[in-house]
Unconditional design. Structure first.
Lengths: 239, 239
DNA sequence: TGTACATCAGTGAACGCGCGTTCACTGATGTAC
DNA sequence: TGTACATCAGTGAACGCGCGTTCACTGATGTAC
């Protein structure tokens, strides 16, 4: 089964291409009707295929949905990684802001794909294991930024914890200890909790904007978002 | 058209009752399939009615959805007001925590109703004006708490702003000024922005728990939520 | 290089299902005199 | 208090639509010898 690039048959090439086209058509469908209403028949229609033909490419509707979800996580993750990489390494707050703006920018340009991953789950659909890794890309970006900020700070003034300390209840302490080990990240547990809250606030702020919960309170969403993310970054101890 | 309680005809009573039963059946449907899949026919079936009978009570599916949304906002708002009222008036942090826990408790007990109002909007459905007032109940509760905290603080140490101050960009300043006027709330603009963020973080944290974004990072959700909300409250200057 | 066979993509009809909404209707309830 | 008429709740059939999935099939592409 040597399917190296050169030796790929015409059949294999056609298959890859159609798989991509099916996903693209499905994404276009999403834009118009949302994830719950994704229809295999409509996708087939748009491509001029018999509806049954889709089954040569995906075992069923749920697997197509899974592919779209994985692609969406990867797309927003890649975009965030790209913009974050453009900020100067020493500017930790700038790196966080770049990440946040990247996520919001992508969300505004891909509303329904964003809803697919950060809105309410599609009813009757259970996300499989395959979505976990791609979903972690943005949080891991944040971890990297905080790690670097910690390292820079430790050099100048060793031992000082990031952010404002406060007593952690036992249940939280246990979870944060496990999370620190999992991430191989040597920061105070308070900081880990703060990172989770920053991540939550980032997505929460975009959700509120997109889902209309700020109508009547905010009109300059660009400025609002940037300001709230600056405050969030400062709270993380980023400078 | 004197429809006072005593003079209500049997017809009017029956109408109110069936209207309520239709909404209850619809809520039960929500629990199983989510808002997008709400079906008039299924509701009628559950009540042993012809599907066309529903049209005597609601002009169509969208109006039934609107009724459910308004009811949901009112239900969670009432629950929050009830629990908040039980906390001692002078314990501002306690009042905020009571509010937050009330919202989370209601959300856990009414997942699909919660998704209806705080998840992604139902595709093809546009929320009408009627949903605005009920949606404001919880934010207004927060406004009241901060107002009282401000008043108490001003008595002891007048003029000190709530929370940590920071320079506000022009766009944000303008929005917060307008919002302060709208709410008739005399707090620094920074505090208003902080309140919006607290409200966002409250809903964001519940969303992350409910939608599974914290799987693998958090296991003791009770403790996690309470801790994050304590931090958020402290940031608001509540004690 | 040519042939025989296996693999695979795509078809089109069919199954069985569910949906929102309209309409002319029956029969019960309410109201004005 | 009784009668005549108007109002309204609920019916059941129908319209026109869309869906996911299965299946036996044709014809093109790939492969082993």
């Amino acid at each position: 089964v040597t399917t190296l690039n050169a030796s790929r048959t015409a059949r294999a090439r056609a298959r890859d291409e159609l798989t991509r086209e099916i996903k693209e058509a499905a994404r276009r469908q999403l834009t118009e009707h949302g994830g719950a209403a994704l229809s295999l028949r409509a996708v087939a229609r748009e491509l001029g295929l018999a509806s049954s033909a889709i089954y040569r490419y995906f075992p069923g509707r749920d697997e197509l949905l899974t592919a779209l979800i994985v692609d969406a996580y990867d797309a927003v993750g890649e975009e965030a990684e790209r913009l974050e990489a453009e900020a100067p390494r020493g500017d930790h707050l700038g790196r966080w802001l770049a990440t946040a703006e990247a996520v919001r920018g992508w969300a505004l340009g891909h509303r329904n794909e964003y809803e697919l991953i950060f809105g309410s789950p599609v009813p009757g659909y259970a996300a499989p294991q395959a979505t976990i890794d791609p979903a972690a890309r943005i949080p891991l970006l944040l971890v990297g930024i905080v790690r670097d900020a910690m390292a820079a700070r430790d050099g100048a003034d060793p031992g000082r914890p990031v952010g404002t300390a406060s007593a952690l209840p036992e249940g939280v302490r246990a979870d944060m200890t496990a999370l620190g080990t999992l991430l191989d990240l040597d920061v105070p547990q308070e900081s880990l909790a703060e990172m989770l809250q920053a991540w939550t606030t980032l997505i929460g702020t975009i959700n509120f904007e997109l889902f209309g919960h700020l109508v009547g309170s905010v009109s300059d969403y660009d400025a609002y978002f940037r300001y709230q993310m600056s405050r969030t970054g400062a709270r993380l101890g980023l400078v």
